[in-house]
Design a protein around this ligand. Structure first.
Ligand SMILES: Cc1cc2nc3c(=O)[nH]c(=O)nc-3n(C[C@H](O)[C@H](O)[C@H](O)COP(=O)(O)O)c2cc1C
Length: 209
């Protein structure tokens, strides 16, 4: 099949295949604080690391059907800080729960039964049970087009200022994916659990490097 996306919204398949065509996507499970000081938590799978020196991350918040920005985006833009918590197999139900569209100012961590702990350099707290936390400072928003809503898709970039890794997921100083068991978003309502890792050295590298 071929779908000419600019010509028609009709892809001819039972469900829109787009989200199944760029996979697996990591899930940025993001804590922020609202203007009123309320904690907010939500998962974003249009999320990735996008730079190294300094480390940077990005996530994209679509508009809500009724218009305004999503709370995570608004909080990052106003308060200037956020934390990306690692979303894992053990935390999958809580991650899913935290995507509920609660009214602004209602704390999804409580709704999902999650404990938080203070971050080191930023105000938004960390999800205690997550094995990795990435503390970020807001860098910039790039507004991308949205076919239906003038608000657009807001791509938020953040500069990483601190990284917590629980000692229990390290093996000989390496982050051990068999211990972390991250989950990733596939298309539709499907997810993957990372439990198989293989290694490939690059052609220019010596085996010992
Ligand atoms: C696994 C998963 C990934 C999601 N990824 C995104 C995303 O990349 N962008 C987005 O706008 N919404 C995404 N959502 C939906 C948001 O989590 C949802 O709209 C949430 O209510 C936003 O909360 P907030 O307004 O507190 O930020 C995702 C939901 C789930 C369960």
């Amino acid at each position: 099949m071929f779908w000419n996306v600019n010509e028609t919204a009709d892809h001819g398949l039972p469900r829109n295949p787009w989200k199944a065509c760029v996979v697996p996507r990591p899930i940025g499970w993001i804590t922020t604080i609202s203007e009123d000081g309320e904690v907010n938590l939500a998962p974003y799978s249009y999320f990735n690391a996008c730079g190294e020196n300094p480390p940077m991350v990005m996530f994209s918040g679509g508009p809500r059907p009724e218009g305004p920005k999503k709370d995570t985006v608004a909080n990052c833009e106003v308060q200037g800080e956020f934390v990306c918590n690692m979303s894992t197999w053990a935390l999958r139900d809580a991650m899913n729960q935290s995507s509920a569209a609660l009214p602004a100012g209602e704390d999804e961590t409580r709704f999902a039964g999650l404990e938080t702990e203070p971050s080191t350099l930023v105000k938004p707290p960390r999800i205690k049970a997550a094995p990795i936390h990435i503390e970020c400072v807001y860098h910039q928003t790039v507004v991308m087009p949205h076919n239906v809503n003038e608000e657009g898709n807001r791509v938020v970039f953040g500069r990483v200022v601190g990284i917590h890794i629980k000692d229990e997921v390290l093996t000989d100083g390496f982050v051990d994916m068999a211990k972390v068991q991250p989950i990733a978003r596939l298309g539709y309502m499907d997810y993957a659990r990372v439990d198989t890792v293989f290694r490939m050295d690059r052609p220019t590298m010596k085996a010992a490097e």
